[in-house]
Ligand binder design. Structure first.
Ligand code: F0G
Length: 436
C-alpha cells in the first residue's frame, strides 16, 4: 500500500518482541506463545497531512475512500496492494447524542458511537474487512471462526463478498436468532457445537491447523488493525478532540486491545495530544477481566460463563494480556453489571431513539455505576461504543417488555421500563376510548 512503510508481525510480550513477516500465518508467537500485533516502521505522513487526507477522502466516491475503515488506511498499512481489499463500505457509523440516556447514566451529556450501523449490524465489520482482505492476500480459500454470533455474521458476509468459503462454529443454543439467520443467509457452512465459546475456540484452533483454514477470530492481528478505525473515525468526527472516557463492553477483549492500540498510535503520530481513559464493562456472570483488573495476577477463567448478553458470554478471553496493558496504560478501569442493570440500560438506550443489542447496553449500565461511585465525573466528556444493532436480538426485547425475561439462573428480570403492545378490536369507538 505504502511502499516505504514496513509492516511486520511482532510478539506482544515485552520480554519477547520477536518479529515475523507480515505474510506468515500466525495467531500466536511460535517462540513464547504470546499474542501477535502488526507493527510498522519507516517514514509516515505528518499528523496535519493525515488529517487533511482523511477529510479530503470524504469528498471521494472511490470504494476505499467511502469505507469508514479504509479511509484511514495509512494508520494500518499492512497490505502491499489495495486490490486485495474486500469492502462492504463498513464503518461510517454516527456519533449520537442521547440526553435521556445521559441523565440515566448520571452524566450531563453522553455520545454514543453506534457500530450497529455497520453492514452486518456490529463493530465486527470494521475488523473483518481487514481480516478478509489479508486472507485474500495470503491466497487462502477457506476462513473459519467461533463466535457468539456477530463475528460469524460478519465473517459470513465478507467471505461471501470475497469469494472465500466460510466455516462457522457456534455455541449451540446460546446465540441470538438474528445472528444465526445472518450466517445462513450469507451462505456460510454453519456448525452448532454443544460446547461454550471458550471450548469451541480450542477446538477450532486444532481444526484450522489440521485443515489449513485461515482463522478469523479476534486474536487475528489484522482484525484488531481494522477495529482501530472505530477510534480513528470517532476522533475524526470530533475534529481530533479526544473525549475524557471511552466506554465499551468486554468479552473476548479484542476490541479493548484495538482501542488501546489505536489511541497509543494516534498519540504517537501527533493526531491527538491527550489520551482518553478506557472503561471496560463486563456482565457479572462472565467477568474474569473485572476480577483480574481488581485483584491482579493472572486471568482466572470462568468455566461456566452466563449472561443473557450472549455476545459477551465468554469466560476465558484470549486477548486479556493486551487488554490489561491498554486499560492500565490509559489509566482506565473495569466494571461489572448485573442482568437487571443491562436490561434497564438497554431499554433506556431504546427510549433515546437509539437502541442496541444487550451486550452494548452494558456500557450505559456501567457508566451509571461509575458515575455513582465518582470514578467518572458528571460533567465528563464520555463516548460509549454501542457494539451491535437493536435488531440482533428481538427475542430479548420482547421478553423484557412483556415481563417474561429471566436471568440464566431463572430469576425474573423486572420490566422497569416495559412497554407492552395491546390487542384491540377493529372498532374505532373502542380504540378512541382507549386512547383518550
Ligand atoms: N459487543 C458485541 C455486540 C459483541 O458481539 C462482542 C463480541 C462484544 C461486545 C465484545 O467484544 O470480544 O472484542 O471484547 N462478540 C464476539 C463474537 C465474541 O463472536 O461475535 P470483544
Amino acid at each position: 500500500m505504502s511502499s516505504c512503510v514496513q509492516a511486520e508481525l511482532t510478539c506482544f510480550e515485552a520480554s519477547c518482541r520477536e518479529r515475523f513477516a507480515i505474510t506468515e500465518v500466525l495467531y500466536n508467537c511460535p517462540k513464547c506463545g504470546g499474542l501477535l500485533e502488526a507493527t510498522y516502521s519507516g517514514p509516515r505522513p505528518s499528523a496535519a497531512e493525515l488529517r487533511d487526507l482523511f477529510r479530503q477522502r470524504r469528498l471521494s466516491n472511490a470504494p476505499l475512500d467511502t469505507s469508514g475503515v479504509w479511509r484511514y488506511r495509512e494508520l494500518f498499512p499492512f497490505l502491499n496492494d489495495n486490490a486485495h481489499v474486500v469492502t462492504l463500505r463498513e464503518g461510517n457509523t454516527p456519533l449520537l447524542d442521547a440526553p435521556i440516556a445521559a441523565q440515566y447514566g448520571g452524566l450531563d451529556k453522553i455520545t454514543f458511537k453506534h457500530q450497529g450501523f455497520n453492514p452486518t449490524g456490529s463493530f465486527k465489520d470494521n475488523g473483518m474487512t481487514c481480516g478478509a482482505s489479508q486472507a485474500r492476500r495470503l491466497g487462502m480459500q477457506r476462513v473459519a471462526c467461533v463466535s457468539t454470533g456477530n463475528t460469524s455474521a460478519s465473517m459470513a458476509a465478507y467471505a461471501a463478498a470475497a469469494g472465500l468459503e466460510a466455516l462457522i462454529f457456534l455455541p449451540h443454543g446460546n446465540i441470538s436468532f438474528g445472528k444465526l439467520a445472518q450466517a445462513l443467509e450469507y451462505g456460510a457452512r454453519t456448525l452448532e457445537v454443544e460446547a461454550n465459546f471458550d471450548q469451541i475456540l480450542a477446538l477450532v484452533r486444532v481444526l484450522a491447523e489440521r485443515l489449513g483454514i485461515y482463522l478469523l477470530n479476534s486474536m487475528n492481528p489484522f482484525r484488531v488493525e481494522g477495529q482501530k478505525s472505530i477510534i480513528f473515525e470517532m476522533l475524526d468526527q470530533r475534529d481530533w478532540n479526544p473525549p475524557d472516557w471511552i466506554v465499551l463492553p468486554g468479552g473476548n477483549l479484542g476490541n479493548t486491545s484495538a482501542f488501546g492500540k489505536a489511541l497509543r498510535e494516534a498519540h504517537e503520530l501527533g493526531l491527538i495530544q491527550k489520551m482518553p481513559r478506557l472503561a471496560v464493562i463486563q456482565a457479572e456472570g462472565a467477568a474474569p477481566f473485572y476480577e483480574l483488573f481488581h485483584q491482579g495476577g493472572e486471568l482466572h477463567a470462568v468455566t461456566n460463563p452466563e449472561t443473557l448478553a450472549t455476545a459477551i458470554r465468554i469466560g476465558d478471553p484470549v486477548s486479556w494480556p493486551k487488554a490489561l496493558h491498554e486499560v492500565r496504560s490509559s489509566c482506565g478501569t473495569v466494571e461489572k453489571v448485573t442482568e437487571q442493570e443491562i436490561a434497564d440500560a438497554k431499554a433506556m438506550i431504546g427510549r433515546a431513539g437509539v437502541g442496541c443489542e444487550p451486550a452494548s447496553a452494558a456500557t450505559l449500565a456501567g457508566i451509571r455505576k461509575l458515575t455513582a461511585a465518582g470514578v467518572i465525573g458528571k460533567s465528563a466528556d464520555v463516548v460509549a461504543v454501542l457494539t451491535g444493532n437493536v435488531l440482533k436480538d428481538p427475542d430479548y426485547i420482547y421478553k423484557y417488555h412483556t415481563g417474561k425475561l429471566e436471568t440464566p439462573s431463572g430469576a425474573k428480570i423486572r420490566a422497569t421500563f416495559g412497554n407492552q403492545s395491546i390487542v384491540v378490536p377493529n372498532d374505532p369507538d373502542r380504540i378512541a376510548a382507549l386512547l383518550q
